[in-house]
Ligand binder design. Structure first.
Ligand code: PRP
Ligand code: HPA
Length: 177
């Protein structure tokens, strides 16, 4: 497992001062370009979910980079995948939640009939920074009466303490910076 985590960690490219000065952007594109790295990410998520949440019913992915990992994991687990999208992208009746980003505001939406009350879900994204995005996703899922088992990310930026914002939902992350 340590070997696998090291392999993934080395595939994440740091870009200093992107998208603005002082931010080190952690780029996951090299993971997607390397089939071994991508399948290792999914292997590690699958192993954790099978051990910890064998009764999960749906994987919920966040726009946009949660969509890169979520469906692959859902297929491995034999469960469905649903999307939380930025405002105005999903057809039909939707439920929404507002949230604050580093600069400005955003809104996330899900189709109203995507989740049955009480369904056991895991929420997935590529990266946790301040936790604002995943926190909003949790609020939206609570509004839809889902039972949130936990959150999954490839990368956790630990200095920003995003995991604290998600409490009591547990966070599982593969690589820490
Ligand atoms: C990034 C990242 C997470 C979020 C993390 O997405 O993919 O979703 O920010 O930040 P937070 O923990 O501080 O909320 P971004 O909002 O840049 O959107 P994108 O995936 O559409 O590029
Ligand atoms: N990388 C990718 N996405 C992000 C980051 C980062 O470092 N910080 C906030 N969103």
């Amino acid at each position: 497992r340590e070997e696998k985590l090291k392999y993934i960690r080395e595939k994440i490219r740091p870009f200093p001062d992107f998208p603005s000065k002082g931010i080190i952007f952690r780029d996951i594109c090299p993971i997607l370009k390397d089939p071994k790295a991508l399948s290792t990410v999914i292997d590690l998520f699958e192993e954790h979910v099978r051990q910890t949440y064998p009764d999960v019913e749906l994987i919920v992915g966040l726009d946009a980079r949660g969509f890169l990992f979520g469906p692959l994991l859902a297929q491995r687990l034999g469960v469905g995948f649903i999307l939380i999208r930025k405002k105005g992208k999903l057809p039909g009746p939707t439920a929404s939640v507002g949230y604050t980003l580093e600069y400005g505001k955003a809104e996330a939406e899900v189709q109203e009939d995507a989740i049955e009350p009480g369904q056991k879900i895991l929420i997935i994204d590529d990266l946790l920074a301040t936790g604002g995005t995943l926190y909003a996703a949790c609020e939206l899922m609570k509004k839809q009466k889902a039972q949130i088992l936990g959150c999954l990310v490839v990368i956790e930026l630990t200095d920003l303490n995003g995991a604290d914002r998600l409490k009591p939902s547990p966070l599982f992350s593969l690589v820490h910076f």
